[in-house]
Ligand binder design. Sequence first.
Ligand code: FDA
Length: 390
Amino acid sequence: MADYDAIVLGAGAAGMMCAAVAGQRGRRVLLVDHADAPGKKILISGGGRCNFTNIHTAADRYLSANPHFAKSALGRYTPADFISLVERYGIAWHEKTLGQLFCDGSAHQIVAMLEQECATGGVTMALGQPVSGIDHGDGLFRVGVGDQEHRAPALVLATGGPSIPKLGATGFAYDVARRFGLSVVQPRPALVPLTLGTAEQLFHSLSGLSAQVVVRSGKIRFREAALFTHRGLSGPAMLQISSYWQHRTPIHVDFLPDRPADWLLAEKRERPRLPIRRLLAQALPERLADALLERIGVEGELGSLSDKALRQTAARLSDWAFLPNGTEGYAKAEVTAGGIATAGLSSRTMEATKVPGLYAIGEAVDVTGWLGGYNFQWAWASGWAAGQAL
Ligand code: FDA
């Protein structure tokens, strides 16, 4: 005998949305989390203000082995749907930049809203208790929660990915998925700072300095701020490119994306007495300009430098290759790329095609958004899709 219609594992963004939607459709839902409070990542997100969605949400802003998979869920639960939920709760919000929507107040408001939505749906919460075991037979999932066993015909994996383990993040969803015969696309840290080796020591000394750049890896490029850190490269531009970066390949940085290729030659004609160091310090933060010129090994007045040297300098500044030696790993990664393979899931309901009643949603699935509210929108949309199907 089932005591619930669905058991949702993980009271994060996706799990709370899913449980609330299913509960409000009359389903008896148990929402389980080993943490003692729901939505811990929501609370720390967006610097405490939760970048809860992005108005430019579209499937091409997500990484996945199947780039089409996210379309259905994202199309049926849109940023406008989440905004209307936020507004029903009177939560004030603003657009910061690039379509990113944040709370005016605090991320606590989003968690409180989702908790209220769960309460409206009569969802039972079991918090602060480990999942001690999962069995499946006779059309029922039996889940040990603390010292109790609960049974339901549906089980939703919403335990996210292993990024930021100190917040209780685990790879639990992958283990359960594998046990049920689902494949897992190799997980890896994403939206994560890149590290530079000792050969790039010069740049470590720029720690704290930021610049607007265009960064490129293969055909993917982002125009945002880059930040030098004592370990390497961070800031939105670098976090974005990290999701696409492959080990042992360089990333390419254009430090002066608005300058034409021959700008240094034009400056030479106009201001031959100007030292190149002074010119570059007008276009870039001074310490950065110095470090780049030192690396290139060029100095002196523009008029004293050959056209060839100036052309080569401009070319380097617009296509600077950094060879990261790694990332700062799961401890610093905002998300995990990879995860439960979409090939085994229905894009409409998130149900495993070969295991009726088993669902996977949110970050646990191989769908990873860009920085800027895309990951929460995927959590809401995939949670909503499963919540409609339970
Ligand atoms: P989520 O991680 O939210 O929830 C998973 C839940 O499962 C957790 O409550 C966890 O305790 C629980 N759990 C894990 N293992 C378990 C186990 N073995 N048993 C029981 N429970 C278990 N995104 C965005 O769009 N805008 C933003 O502003 C930010 N900002 C941001 C900042 C920082 C510092 C981080 C780390 C991440 C972000 N993100 C973000 C990413 C975003 O937080 C993330 O993509 C979503 O929270 C994913 O939602 P899920 O519900 O899938 O997992």
